[in-house]
Design a protein around this ligand. Structure first.
Ligand SMILES: [Zn+2]
Length: 452
C-alpha cells in the first residue's frame, strides 16, 4: 500500500487534539490513516518520507459551506445585496449550467480549495446536474459532503424556469442522489439534502427532508440549508411563516445534530437559544456576509451557548475567493471588532476551521485533527517567508500571518494531492493550463446563455 504511507518528519505539530503532543515531532501515516503523532516508533517498510522541518503540520481545513457550482460566476455578481444578487446574477447563472460547465466549475473550485489547504467541504449544488458535480469532485481526491439544491416554491417571477421543480420531483431526485453518492468514492463522498432556504421551499418539502434525515440515523445523509442570512430575507420569512427563520425551520423539524445552518447572521438571543437547544451546527461565512452587506454574525455568543460553529467561504460570486485561510483570519478579526481583542483567540478560531468543521460534516471520527485512527487529511504550511517570520505561537502564525499560498503539501486519505504548491497527478488537475482554459471557456458560454 505504498503511496498512502508516509512519515512526515520534523515539523511543528498543531494536532488540534488535546491528547496529542505539540511542538516539533513526526506524523506516521499508514494506508491512508494516521498511525502515530509525536514520537514515531520504527518505520514500517514501504513508508515514504516527507521532510517538514521548519514547517507547520496540521489537520486539513474543513469548510462547512461552499457552492462549487458557482465558481464560474466569480466576479460577475459584485456589489449587490443577497436577494438582488440571487435574482439578477446567481439564479440565471445556475439555470444556464450544463453537465460540462458544472464539472469545470467543480474542478476549478477543488483546485483552489486544495491549493489553499481545504481537504473537506460541505457543498450545496444547484437544482440540476448533481451527478456531474459529484463525479468531478470525487475524481479530485477531496473529501466532500454534497447535495443538490432543492427549490420547490417561489412566487418570485425572477426564479428561472430551469430552477423550478415540483416537491415530488425534488424529493425523488434527492433520494436517488443520496443512494448513489452517500458513501461513494471509498467513503470520501457523503450526501446532504440541501433545501436552498426557507423562501425557496414548501413546508411539505422541508418537513419531508427533515424526516428522511432523522430516520436515516447518525451515519445517514445530513441536512444543509441557508438561514437568517440577511434582513430582507428574514422579514420575508416572517411574513410567509409567521415566525423568525430559526423558529420556522425548527417547527418543521429542520433542527438537530445532523443539520447545518449557513450564516445565522440575524439571530437574536431567543433564536440562538433555539439553535443551541436543537443542536444544529452553524456555518459562519465572514467574507460572504461582509461582501453582500448582510451583517456580522454573533459567533462568540453562539459559541458561549455551546453551538458548534464551522467556517465556510460560501461561493465565488459572493466572496470572491474560496481560501479558508482568509475566512480563518477574518472570523477572528471580526469578533474582535465587535467585542474586543480577547474575543475569538487564534486557537479557538482554528478549532472552528478544523474540528468544528468536521463535527458539522458529521466526520469527527474521520478528519479534523491529527489523531491516530483518523484519516490522514493533513496540510503542511511553510512559514519561511517575510510575511510570516518570526513566530512564537504556531496558532497565531496560522490564523493571523499565513495565507493560502503558504500551503506546501496536502494529503487527503493519505494521498498526496498537493506537493510543493502544485496539484499532483492524483487530482486529475495536474495540467494547470488545460484546467484554466476549460474553466474560462465554460464561464464564457454560461454567461452568454444566462445573458448576464
Ligand atoms: Zn451559500
Amino acid at each position: 500500500m505504498s503511496g498512502r504511507s508516509w512519515l512526515i518528519r520534523g515539523g511543528t505539530l498543531l494536532p488540534m487534539d488535546p491528547a496529542a503532543p505539540e511542538g516539533v515531532g513526526d506524523v506516521l501515516v499508514q494506508d491512508g490513516r494516521i498511525a502515530a503523532v509525536g514520537a514515531v516508533p520504527a518505520l514500517p517498510p514501504g513508508t515514504q518520507v516527507l521532510d517538514a522541518e521548519g514547517c507547520v503540520v496540521m489537520p486539513g481545513l474543513v469548510q462547512g459551506h461552499v457552492h462549487l457550482c458557482q465558481t464560474l460566476c466569480r466576479g460577475q455578481a459584485d456589489d449587490l445585496p443577497l436577494l438582488e444578487w440571487l435574482r439578477r446574477r446567481v439564479w440565471p447563472y445556475e439555470a444556464a449550467l450544463c453537465e460540462r460547465s458544472i464539472a469545470a466549475a467543480a474542478r476549478l473550485g477543488c483546485a483552489e480549495l486544495l491549493l489553499s489547504g481545504t481537504t473537506a467541504i460541505l457543498d450545496m449544488g444547484t437544482v440540476h446536474h448533481q451527478d456531474a458535480l459529484s463525479a468531478a469532485v470525487a475524481a479530485t481526491g477531496m473529501r466532500a459532503v454534497l447535495g443538490k439544491a432543492m427549490m420547490d416554491f417561489g412566487e418570485d417571477p425572477t426564479i428561472p424556469p430551469g430552477l423550478r421543480e415540483t416537491t415530488a420531483a425534488s424529493l425523488t431526485e434527492s433520494d436517488a442522489l443520496a443512494r448513489r453518492w452517500h458513501g461513494a468514492a471509498e467513503g470520501r463522498l457523503r450526501y446532504a439534502y440541501a433545501p436552498r432556504f426557507a423562501l425557496s421551499c414548501t413546508e411539505t418539502l422541508l418537513r419531508e427532508v427533515a424526516e428522511r434525515v432523522e430516520a436515516s440515523g447518525p451515519a445517514g445523509p445530513r441536512l444543509h440549508t441557508h438561514a437568517a442570512e440577511q434582513r430582507e430575507e428574514v422579514d420575508l420569512v416572517r411574513v410567509r411563516f409567521g415566525a423568525d427563520n430559526i423558529t420556522a425551520l425548527s417547527r418543521l423539524g429542520v433542527a438537530g445534530p445532523k443539520v447545518v445552518l449557513a450564516h445565522c447572521v440575524h439571530v437574536d438571543e431567543a433564536q440562538r437559544a433555539l439553535i443551541a437547544a436543537g443542536g444544529s451546527h452553524v456555518a459562519h461565512c465572514p467574507s460572504s456576509n461582509l461582501k453582500l452587506g448582510s451583517g456580522l454574525a454573533p459567533i462568540c455568543e453562539m459559541l458561549d451557548l455551546g453551538i458548534n460553529v464551522a467556517l465556510g467561504a460560501d461561493g465565488a460570486p459572493c466572496n470572491n475567493n474560496l481560501d479558508a485561510m482568509l475566512e480563518l483570519r477574518l472570523s477572528a478579526l471580526l469578533q474582535k471588532g465587535r467585542l474586543g481583542p480577547q474575543a475569538l483567540p487564534a486557537r479557538r478560531a482554528l478549532q472552528l476551521a478544523t474540528v468544528g468543521g468536521a463535527r458539522a460534516l458529521g466526520l469527527s471520527d474521520e478528519t479534523g485533527a491529527l489523531r491516530p485512527g483518523l484519516r490522514a487529511d493533513i496540510v503542511i504550511l511553510d512559514p519561511r517567508a517575510p510575511h510570516a517570520l518570526p513566530f512564537a505561537d504556531p496558532c497565531s502564525l496560522v490564523v493571523y500571518a499565513l495565507r493560502g499560498g503558504d500551503v506546501r503539501d496536502v494529503l487527503v486519505d493519505g494521498r498526496l494531492l498537493v506537493r510543493d504548491r502544485a496539484l499532483t497527478e492524483q487530482t486529475g488537475l495536474v495540467d494547470r493550463e488545460a484546467l484554466l482554459a476549460e474553466a474560462g471557456e465554460q464561464a464564457r458560454r454560461v454567461a452568454l446563455r444566462a445573458d448576464i
